[in-house]
Each structure stands twice: as C-alpha cells, then as structure tokens.
Design a protein. Structure first.
Length: 159
C-alpha cells in the first residue's frame, strides 16, 4: 500500500473536508436506515414536521422545510398513497388542504425517531457525553452563523 500524498493527507486537517466526508457518510447511512420503513429523508422531514404541528397546509410545509411546492405535492401524494397522511379541508383557507398524520404514521414515528437516535449513538460512540454536547453546540453555532434554518436540511430543497 502506498502512502497518501501530502496534499491528500492534508485534507484530513481541513474542517470543511471532514464535515463533507462525514456528511456524505451520514446522509447515505440515514437513507439505508429509513429504507426498511419505506420512508426517505424528505418524507421523514414532512412526517416529523407534522408530528410537531399536525394539519399544516402543503404550502406551509414547503415553506418550513424549504421544499419546492411542486416537489411537496409529490411527497404528500406518496405519503398519502402509503396511508401515512390524509388531506382534509383546511380550517383557515378554503383553497388549501390540511395535511394530517394517520394512525399508521403515528405508530411509525417512534421507530423512525429511534433510527435517528441509534445513528447518533453509533457515530458518536467514541465520544463522552460532554464531548457530544460540545460537538452539538459547536455545530449548531457554525450552522447558525452560516444562516442555516435550524432542523432543515438544505438537500430537501432539491427537486
């Protein structure tokens, strides 16, 4: 086996590279963890948003999550076909539908949340509780400093 060139080895000292490397690994791993449940990251985000505030309109969900409105229609269609959400008349807007979780979705959400917690435990297993808290705090500061919306993944916006 050959030694990596100094340039490549130097990348391991760069925070952007490390964050990108970890981000790709973690994002791919999350997709694999959700697959058995028939859910992807985008549908997971919608279900999670509805679990916090059920009955939002598609437009509200699209704005909250940064998902293009046309893509949101497809996501809600898929969730509805899976029996995870239902569209009902919106109380404040006659032209809109309220998106509501079904009992099936409410039963599924704890398992999805458990996968997220398990992933966090796995990737931070070598850290102490204090180190985990420090890492979380530092990453939140960097994210906020860059103007990112808390809890909203930028890849959700992709069509």
């Amino acid at each position: 086996m050959t030694e990596p060139s100094p340039g490549i080895a130097g990348l391991h000292q760069r925070i952007p590279f490390l964050l990108s490397q970890l981000g790709v690994h973690i994002a791919d791993d999350f997709v694999v963890r959700l697959e058995p449940f028939g859910v992807g990251p985008r549908t997971f985000a919608v279900l999670t948003a509805l679990s916090a505030d059920d009955g939002q309109s598609q437009r509200q969900l699209a704005t909250l999550l940064g998902i293009h409105r046309n893509a949101m229609v497809a996501v809600v269609d898929k969730l509805e076909s899976q029996g995870l959400v239902k569209r009902t008349p919106h109380a404040q807007d006659r032209r809109a539908f309220a998106i509501r979780l079904t009992d099936k979705a409410r039963e599924l959400l704890p398992a999805l949340d458990a996968q997220g917690r398990l992933q966090e435990e796995t990737i931070t297993a070598m850290l102490t509780g204090q180190e985990r808290d420090a890492l979380r705090h530092l990453l939140q500061r960097v994210s906020t400093g860059l103007g990112m919306s808390p809890g909203v993944h930028p890849r959700l916006a992709e069509r």
